[in-house]
Ligand binder design. Sequence first.
Ligand SMILES: [Zn+2]
Length: 74
Amino acid sequence: MPIYEYACKKCGLEFETLVRSGTVPDCPGCRSTDLEKKLSVFATAGSTAQAAPVAAGPCGSCGHPGGPGACALN
Ligand SMILES: [Zn+2]
């Protein structure tokens, strides 16, 4: 279930809320439905994780300069 961040255009309150399909969120401060939808918290975290570089060294796990398997001797 997605969590979306909204900014209320009426009172300026920013809040996060669960949004079920078919429902319209309203401002917890003034109950206005005139909201500006911002980025999903989950979507932002997911794209960040996917974009993160994978630390792959010569041995594929620890980056030991001795080459594949060298770290296993330590
Ligand atoms: Zn409001």
